[in-house]
Design a protein around this ligand. Sequence first.
Ligand SMILES: Nc1ncnc2c1ncn2[C@@H]1O[C@H](COP(=O)(O)OP(=O)(O)OP(=O)(O)O)[C@@H](O)[C@H]1O
Ligand SMILES: [Mg+2]
Length: 378
Amino acid sequence: MSDTYLENIYLKNFRNLKEVNLDFSKNVNLITGNNANGKTNLLEAIYYSIYKKSFRKSTKDNLIFSNLDKEKYFILKSNFYKNGDEFNHSMKIEEDSKLVYVNNQKNKRFKEVKSISINPYDCHNFYANKKIRRELLDNFISDFDSAYKKSLANFSKALRSRNVLLAKFFGPEDHFQNQIKVYDKIISENVYYLLHKRFEFIEKLNPILCKTFKNIFREPLELKAHYESCFDKNSSKEDIFNFYQSGLSKDRILKTTKRGLHLDDLNLSINNNYCHEYASIGQQKVSFLSILFAYVGYLETTQKITPILLIDDISGELDSLCLDNLLKYLENKQIQVFITTANLEFASRINSIFGSKHYLVEQGLVTELEYESRRSSL
Ligand SMILES: Nc1ncnc2c1ncn2[C@@H]1O[C@H](COP(=O)(O)OP(=O)(O)OP(=O)(O)O)[C@@H](O)[C@H]1O
Ligand SMILES: [Mg+2]
């Protein structure tokens, strides 16, 4: 059984979920129901109770049940366990205020539990958008390394200031040059740190990634992640500073920083061919799932963290062998999983996993199905 899990959630007025109170399995939790009934909303509520933000690009106004005239708030109360310790986490979010309690203490940060959200949009966006790939890499590392997160924020702030200066400066030339040097110094310190952390992370992730791809999906192919940077792996702070300074004349003409760490990329390859150019749709999906599962393995082995998996609607495009292997992986993983599907065949396979629980979502109401009624509902 997983050492980190959500035991219970109570929620009120969260999107279309009026009032829900559920106890969960420590292992696999299946959430079924027809389209637009509230399955993803339930996953979102779990994610929100961990990160205090949504995995969708939405404002908090959209999160409050919209059909209510009087009650303009939502409530989330959750009970997590980690290595035997209990964490009660509750929040009430009104239209423009946020109150969060962890173990009954107001506004305490909740860092004990991590979660990974897996859904088809992220898979599509990963291959379509370089910025999303970069963000995934940054989110992976930031989620367990607060120094990385801080350095990334410092880098972004200095880069923004540099760009403002490039776009708007009208003073004496020596003032401009001196100010840019100040920013390039801050940028190079942080780039040096971030660059090494990114290379180090990908280096450690790759053996897990290759193994995950082969083990889960039984593919005799080599899947590899590549961190592609404009900087050499062994660049010194001075090299990085000189790189930004040497691009300055072009940056001045274009009024923004045109080269640098902010444009680096993360790519996946199968047998040394880029996935986005070479792999089938199914292989692309499997590769994307593999990098997320490899990250789970990375967290477990190097950080001693067991994240909770929130898997939304991923059965599309995967053949039955892939789905079976995926379920075998989840069953053996000793990790808490929430998995939604509107696909009854896939649901019946998940339903047969030992120790799993099954919830049916119908028009915003969620009911746990007992074992006997599970079979007849599928
Ligand atoms: N703030 C809100 N108040 C009321 N209803 C909302 C709110 N936000 C979203 N909804 C509605 O909640 C419904 C369920 O959405 P959800 O994404 O959870 O569906 P789903 O069960 O995951 O469906 P699918 O199988 O199509 O993915 C949608 O009809 C959506 O319009
Ligand atoms: Mg959904």
